[in-house]
Ligand binder design. Structure first.
Ligand code: DGY
Length: 441
């Protein structure tokens, strides 16, 4: 799969847009009339030409049929061939029609991975330090990593099992992992050469810090770069829950909208309400700052009052819970914050309050919250995180006064790329014996 496959095209712009926007491939090299795209270990080059090259079929490598379907949501599938098989791949042909009526033909290589083949060395190089990457990061970050490391990566679209993690880490000097990877003592036992754990997240409750420290392994995270995106998403949830946006959208799509009505989908005003921020760190402050535009009164809890560049009242937790109309959580999950909001605390909330959680699920006792949402004591809740993530209780999915998101607080292209650069910089610095930009221990 090494090398670049080149195509000549009479539609360079169309092809470029398609590859970037619909297939999410990164632009690896742009020379105007010649563009090269990259995804994973595949590079495709397209050069403008008077006449398109017709003999070639565009070839893609995907890890699953689900991924193929995701990439082609804009296309009507006309036909797919029976797979031809070779030892490594199932090879499918797919003929589809785009919305403008063009018929395109693609060839898909779906690796015939066994479950124990999640890990692959992307750029074998015995002179570079070994990095285990537990899931692919945005393409520009992959380039940086491959420059400095011999990268062993999880090439599948799922988390590694503990056994895979332990196998992958066994010869690694650096690890870049996700918040879903549990880095426990026994995982570290399997990593005699490990010097750095670089978490691709600001939260690090997935890592046993003491175990890392006692083995002289540095632990780093990605603070700062995701603050504003997470605050934006928090506000998305505030507005969506208060104004019942998701339920209204479903109602409209399902064809129930028969005309304007005085009592249709009445929600709650956000402006001039009291916003209670639990945890006034970087993200809490960015959320609070946005509230000034809504003429809200900001209340907050934190271990100590803070000097803030906006008006905000510091309160004990119980008082904040009693007073705030909308409560938003912005604190890490630790032994002290686990179930910080349990039955007693949730009962302090004003009837009709709204609760937003973009921090960590287990800060709230989810079962107790569901009970209070079901009987409407709490007006609505916005979840980006869950107590037993990624499991979401069926009772929660059935409620129509909740908005449920798949942990996407930091999920903008820009932010996830910045997080990747920071995670890479952390790992590179520790390997070079330099000060890392964001080291925890
Ligand atoms: C984090 O970084 O901890 C978020 O939960 C994901 O970006």
């Amino acid at each position: 799969m090494a090398g670049i496959i080149f195509f000549k095209t009479t539609h360079l712009k169309l092809i470029s847009d398609f590859y970037q926007q619909y297939l999410g491939m990164g632009l690896w090299l742009d020379q105007g009339q010649c563009k090269i795209f990259e995804s994973g270990n595949l590079r495709l080059g397209f050069c403008a030409a008077e006449q398109a090259e017709t003999s070639g079929t565009i070839t893609f490598y995907y890890s699953s049929i689900a991924e193929v379907d995701k990439a082609y949501t804009r296309f009507t599938r006309i036909a797919t061939s029976q797979p031809k098989q070779n030892p490594d791949f199932n090879i499918y042909h797919f003929w589809g029609q785009d919305p403008e009526g063009r018929i395109l033909e693609f060839q898909h290589f779906l690796p015939r991975y066994q479950d124990d083949q999640a890990l692959k060395i992307l750029n074998p190089d015995e002179h570079k330090p070994r990095l285990l990457l537990t899931m692919f990061l945005p393409e520009p970050v992959m380039q940086v990593l491959k420059k400095d490391f011999c990268v062993k990566a999880n090439i599948l679209d799922r988390l590694l099992s503990k056994a895979e993690l332990m196998q992958g880490i066994s010869d690694a000097e650096a690890l870049i992992c996700l918040l879903g990877d549990t880095i426990s003592t026994d995982v570290l036992e399997a990593a005699p050469n490990l010097k750095v754990i670089s978490n691709y997240a600001v939260g690090y409750n997935n890592i046993d810090l003491e175990a890392a420290k006692s083995r002289n392994i540095a632990v780093c995270n990605t603070p700062g770069v995701l603050t504003e995106s997470t605050a934006d998403l928090t506000w998305t949830l505030i507005m969506a829950t208060a104004r019942r946006i998701v339920a209204s959208d479903i109602f409209t799509r399902e064809g129930h909208f028969t005309g304007w009505k005085p009592l249709l989908f009445l929600g709650k005003d956000v402006h001039e309400r009291k916003l209670g921020i639990i945890g006034m760190g970087r993200i809490g402050q960015a959320v609070a700052r946005r509230a000034t535009g809504f003429d809200m009164k900001v209340l907050y809890t934190s271990p100590q009052p803070k000097e803030l560049p906006f008006a905000a009242e510091h309160l004990p937790l119980d008082d904040l819970l009693r007073e705030a109309d909308i409560i938003s959580l912005h604190l890490p999950l630790t032994n002290d914050t686990w179930h910080l909001l349990g039955a007693r605390e949730l009962d302090l909330l004003k009837p009709g309050a709204i609760l937003i959680n973009t921090a960590r699920g287990a800060i709230v006792d989810e079962a107790e919250l569901i009970t209070r949402l079901r009987d409407q004591r709490i007006f609505a809740a916005g979840f980006d995180v869950y107590e037993h993530e990624p499991d979401i209780p069926q009772e929660l999915r059935e409620l129509d006064n909740v908005v449920l998101l798949p942990h996407i607080g930091s999920a903008s292209i820009e932010t996830r790329t910045k997080m990747g650069y920071l995670a890479a910089a952390n790992a590179i610095a520790i390997i070079r014996n330099e000060a890392a930009p964001a080291r925890i221990v």
